[in-house]
Design a protein around this ligand. Structure first.
Ligand SMILES: [Zn+2]
Length: 749
């Protein structure tokens, strides 16, 4: 999965900066130079070509073959490796029908034809047809309605247009929020079927020439994907919270709460144009127009469509490859690094561009071991299967080994699709400074400055855009100050870090390069191939090499550092920003509800509507009460103080600690992030235990920081707000208390 998502950042919070606090020995630097010299772009290219030669979705013969191949490579490189399997619910289509039955007949062929010069035309296996996994099987016929992106705001607008969704089939365009929410919201509003298509305004010819003449989505390209209700929980739908081992207790499929009930299919814009141009009714609001050469209308009808899907719901086997290099000094402290291996069809960019980088690192680490080096900590590399349907391989593994991971894992480092461009990194903010240090030591091959400098330049230039908002300007101000660390993003979901970060509460980083190479146009289609990747996404595998140097350095430094690498002030600052954001959100929502109440009472919606067209009024928003965020404000202040004291004591004394104190310090800091995921959870979704970072209930991949409070306000669950303000405050206080203990060790108390 994994598509870059813009994350709202916050407001500037002043903080004294400390000098670099984690000294790396000269031998470390020499080791990293050796690592860089061993990176071979051509080799990564050759691996990618081999792994992407046939369709490799979960359950396919080539996916299994790739697992065996990757296993053999790890073993050949000196790793202790094995395949660990899980049995998961994963539906694949048996039959799919989508046709317009009125005002004229038109059958959608649901096929992606071969493209000249691309390997997709020569592969032996066809792979799966376009479909979305975990939609609800069924056979429905009804009037068609266009619902724009099919997100919450769009349904509010439909109310104002006086359009009823009940018993209809909706057609939504991709974009604006996660795919899986489109059929879910349609279903919640009474729709009986859902069609999702890629509009060329967001994904197609208005962005660039289409493949093979350019990177953009061709007319018959279709985005597949998962529509499981992942914001509820990740992993196998039948075994929430526990590993899907052979003898695991499983839910009956009818009881799995994250499965959709209505049939849903994805289609191309070539086919969508035929359906959309058959709609009548209101012309859409300006913001709803796509780039097809038609007048966009809402409907409903007179177009009527039939959608029918039947799937094979048998359990399928996931093949995770798990490889270990045992640590010499701290064998029970683990650095875990992963990338998924399964794609939707050939999966060249998503995920193999990241998979081959991980393999490159593993090969070099293996060579190091052969020539006498041993990591101090244990390093575990994981080639995940079944990520695309729902983070299945990584989640089941994390759930199965939960107790051991909580005791031993120092961090989880993830990557996924990788392309030419700028460093794109998100994760736990106490590792923000560590990320900055690594980014200051990796060179960008296109500009010969460090990838950190280049990222800062990009952030500063992006803020000049006329549409740039305050968060982007704030990011630019920080980036302009070389004494400050550039911000890393907060993580939501959409790749394999989710179970580690959000279910187990371990710190995580997600690292890649993006923005120059273009893979969006073939995302989850049959055209995400070796040919497309090596031509349009990362020619020469140059940025595969840059990513290997970045994540390779992270692994080497974390494996060998005798002292914790966290800088607590960065985390405290992030919390300060998020707190300001939710305070502003509460104020804005209160004003919005008051404004709407007035518009409803003086009948402004009716008076502003064109009486020759259908219209309606929006559902009244709840009045927003006064919230008590004071526990959170106090906890944030305490965290700022404790963090500063820790960072100062660390800079002053860390390198002078005796062995006993150093071991004590390591132990205190190793599990500190888990204080943020106590045994409480988010309302209605107990799988999500991290109280700081979560994917939004109604954004899917997009992150919601301080989710209990933020979503309480956004989703009008006002009774939750004060409760979670207190719960988050308690978690932050536990984090601060742990820091205070570490500071005492550093100060010799
Ligand atoms: Zn992916």
């Amino acid at each position: 999965m994994s598509r870059t998502i813009a994350v709202p950042a916050g407001i500037f919070l002043a903080c004294t900066i400390l000098t670099s606090s984690t000294p790396f020995a000269a031998s470390q630097s020499a080791l990293e130079q050796k690592f860089d010299a061993a990176v071979q772009p051509e080799q990564m290219g050759a691996w990618l070509k081999q792994l992407a030669a046939e369709p490799n979705h979960l359950g396919s013969p080539h996916d299994r073959e790739n697992a065996e191949t990757v296993l053999a490579w790890f073993q050949q490189w000196g790793w202790d490796a094995h395949i660990e399997t899980f049995d998961v619910l994963y539906p694949t289509p048996i039959s799919e029908t989508l046709e317009m039955v009125a005002p004229r007949r038109f059958k959608v062929d649901l096929d992606e034809p071969a493209i000249r010069g691309d390997s997709s035309s020569t592969a032996k296996e066809r792979g799966l047809p376009p479909y979305v996994a975990y939609q609800g099987d069924g056979d429905a016929t009804g009037e068609l309605i266009y619902v724009n992106y099919g997100m919450k705001d769009d349904y509010t607008m439909l109310e104002r247009m006086g359009v009823d969704i009940k018993g209809k089939i909706v057609i939504a365009r991709y974009g604006s929020g996660w795919r899986g929410l489109k059929p879910k919201l349609a279903q919640d509003h009474g729709a009986i079927g859902c069609i999702i298509y890629s509009d060329p305004a967001d994904d197609g010819y208005s962005l660039d020439a289409v493949y093979p003449d350019g990177p953009a989505r061709p007319a018959k390209g279709v985005q597949r994907g998962s529509v499981v209700d992942m914001p509820l929980y990740a992993g196998d739908p039948l075994t929430p919270g526990v590993g899907a081992t052979k003898d695991a207790k499983r839910l009956d499929r009818s009881q799995a709460p994250d499965l959709l009930k209505i049939p849903t299919l994805p289609i191309s814009y070539a086919d969508a144009q035929v359906l959309l141009s058959a709609l009548e009714g209101n012309v859409v609001p300006a913001a709803w127009r796509g780039a097809l050469p038609i007048t966009y209308r809402v409907g409903p009808g007179p177009a009527r469509v039939r959608i029918a899907v039947k799937s094979d719901w048998s359990l399928k086997t996931t093949y995770n490859v798990i490889a270990t290099l045992k640590g010499s000094t701290y064998p029970d402290q683990w650095i875990v690094r992963g990338n998924h291996r399964d794609g939707w069809v050939f999966g060249a960019t998503d995920p193999l561009s990241g998979q081959v980088v991980m393999l490159q690192e593993a090969k070099i680490l293996g060579e190091f071991v052969r020539t006498g080096w041993r990591p101090k900590r244990t390093i575990i590399y994981a080639s995940w299967d079944g990520e695309e349907p729902g983070l299945l391989g990584s989640t089941e593994w994390a759930e199965t080994h939960a107790m051991e991971l909580k005791k031993k894992a120092v961090i989880y480092i993830n990557s996924d699709s990788n392309m030419r461009g700028f460093l794109d990194v998100g994760g736990s903010h106490d590792f923000e400074h560590f990320v900055n240090q690594v980014a200051a030591d990796v060179m960008d091959p296109e500009t010969n400055v460090t990838v950190g400098e280049r990222r800062r330049a990009k952030q500063r230039i992006d803020a000049l855009e006329p549409a740039a908002k305050e968060p982007a300007k704030e990011i630019a101000r920080i980036a302009a100050d070389p004494k400050r660390d550039f911000y890393i993003d907060a993580l939501g979901s959409g790749s394999d870090y989710s179970a580690f970060l959000e279910h187990l509460g371990l710190p995580a980083l997600d690292v890649g390069y993006a923005d120059e190479g273009n893979s969006d146009g073939v995302y989850h289609s049959r055209y995400d191939t070796y040919e497309h990747h090596s031509r349009w996404v990362d020619p020469g595998f140059v940025y595969a090499a840059v990513l290997a140097k970045t994540t390779g350095r992270m692994v080497l430094r974390l494996a060998d550092a005798d002292l914790p690498v966290r800088r607590a002030s960065n985390f405290a600052e992030a919390i300060g920003r998020y707190l300001k954001e939710v305070q502003k959100l509460a104020k804005d929502k209160r004003e919005e509800a008051e404004r709407q109440a007035k518009l409803l009472s003086d009948r402004s919606f009716q008076l502003a509507a064109d009486p020759t067209k259908t219209s309606g009024v929006p559902t009244a928003l709840k009045r927003v009460p006064k919230f008590d965020l004071s526990p959170l404000e106090k906890a944030s202040l305490r965290l700022t103080k404790s963090a500063r004291a820790y960072d100062v004591a660390f800079a002053k004394n860390a390198t002078r600690l005796d062995t006993k104190s150093r071991v004590r310090l390591q132990a205190l800091m190793q599990t500190i992030d888990q204080t943020l995921a106590p045994q409480v959870w988010l309302t209605g979704r107990p799988w999500y235990k991290n109280l700081i970072y979560a994917p939004g209930r109604f954004t899917g991949y997009g992150v919601k920081t301080l989710p209990g409070v933020r979503e309480g306000i956004e989703d009008q669950r006002f009774e939750d707000v004060n409760r979670y303000a207190k719960l988050i405050a308690d978690a932050l206080s536990a984090y601060s208390a742990r820091l205070d203990q570490a500071t005492a060790v550093l100060s010799g108390h």
